[in-house]
Design a binder for this molecule. Structure first.
Ligand code: G6P
Length: 368
């Protein structure tokens, strides 16, 4: 019964739809719901307050979760973070700070490069924490502390519910770190915990936009290249959106930091290339909107994913808006995962690809 698609056409569709529950389950592990505080069950072999530096390493979608976490840890816990793909990290052999923590993120817990990065960090005397979905995995066994994502088995090769569970767990760890380091007051920490608690219902609401996203996917299916733009904590979502699209629809896609648009990708913008902009209503929104105007001025077709009201009326040359429910900016990257996944999924369905088993890809890459 575990590997059952239910009423869904693909495991990926089922796994996207499950996210209100999988995020809830993951939250229930990290949050004490009776007093709305983060309460870690794991005993930590390090003290967040004493950490000199955090190194995050992972592959694929798990790496993008780590990239979002970098923005969070720096901002909410004032902890310096290095993040790199494990295949680069392991051969860079970077010097690692004394009393540093290496956090590896892996759904399967078996990715060869991620394991090698973990072993390198352990040899270098780092504290080792793992965020994994498979608790009995090699990565879990070799870590000093294991943080779980509680999303159940993920069958679709393209990661969806594991990504949002990773982000949920990471957000909880960020709050714990921010409090321990004296950066977050109790009331500010509570505000962030509330944002997490309200997330599952916002995800349910976001999922209700599936029909209109399917309509946009029909258009994306005609493109040969798609550009994704995001700024700040939404930059990794642009990368993840592009990864999801290319791996299951085989349409070339590229994620870019919105501010880098004029340093290259703008040369590609024309009527033929859709540009997906991920821009929630935060302090960076205006900046991203101005990048969008540059795209529109060159005939680019913009699909905007946002929770801001009234942008459509501003006459920005936006072709389509995927409206998101309003959430605290802290959790906006988790929520934005939903439209990004649905857009890729429905585009792939229109293309007629093997969504759950895309060509040339493996669910778990256990050889280098
Ligand atoms: C493969 C999968 C991806 C996944 C990546 C890392 O490329 O297709 O979906 O993000 O491996 O896997 P892990 O199990 O370490 O999270």
């Amino acid at each position: 019964a575990l590997a059952d698609k239910g009423n869904h056409r693909h495991f990926m569709a089922k796994e996207i739809a499950e996210q209100p529950e999988t995020v809830s389950h993951t939250l229930a592990h990290y949050i004490d719901l009776s007093n709305e505080t983060v309460s870690l069950r794991e005993s930590l072999p390090f003290d967040f307050a004493e950490l000199s530096r955090l190194t995050i390493t992972a592959c694929g979608t798990a790496y993008y979760a780590g990239l979002v976490a970098k923005y969070w840890f720096e901002r909410y816990a004032r902890l310096a973070v290095d993040v790199d793909v494990a295949s680069e990290f392991r051969y860079r052999e970077p010097p690692l700070a004394e009393n540093g923590l290496t956090l590896v993120i892996s759904q399967s817990g078996e990715t060869a490069d991620t394991l090698a990065a973990l072993r390198y960090s352990a040899r270098e005397g780092q504290h080792i924490a793992a965020l994994v979905n498979v608790q009995e995995s090699t990565i879990a066994r070799e870590s000093h502390v294991v943080f779980p994502t509680l999303c159940g088995p993920e069958i679709g090769v393209a990661s969806t519910k594991a990504f949002t569970a990773q982000l949920t767990a990471l957000a909880s760890l960020v709050i714990a770190a921010g409090e321990a380091r004296g950066v977050l007051s109790a009331s500010r920490a509570h505000e962030l915990v509330r944002a997490l608690i309200e997330l599952p219902s916002a995800i349910s609401e976001a999922l209700r936009h599936e029909k209109s996203i399917e309509g946009l996917a029909r258009q994306l299916a005609r493109a040969s290249d798609v550009l994704y733009l995001g700024r700040g904590q939404m930059f990794p979502l642009a990368l993840e959106g592009a990864l999801k699209l290319k791996e299951i629809s085989y349409i070339h896609a590229e994620g870019y930091a919105a501010g880098e648009l004029k340093h290259g990708p703008i040369a590609l913008v024309n009527e033929e290339m859709p540009v997906v902009v991920v821009a929630p209503s935060d302090e960076l929104m205006e900046k991203t909107l101005s990048n969008m105007h540059e795209v529109a001025a060159r005939g680019g077709k913009i699909i905007l994913i946002t929770d801001a009201e009234g942008v459509a009326e501003a006459g920005d040359g936006i072709s389509d808006i995927i409206e998101m429910p309003r959430v605290h900016p802290f959790v906006a990257p988790i929520l934005a995962s939903i439209p990004v996944q649905l857009l890729a999924y429905h585009t792939a369905v229109f293309m007629g690809t093997d969504v759950d088993q895309p060509r040339n890809l493996a669910k778990s890459v256990t050889v280098e």
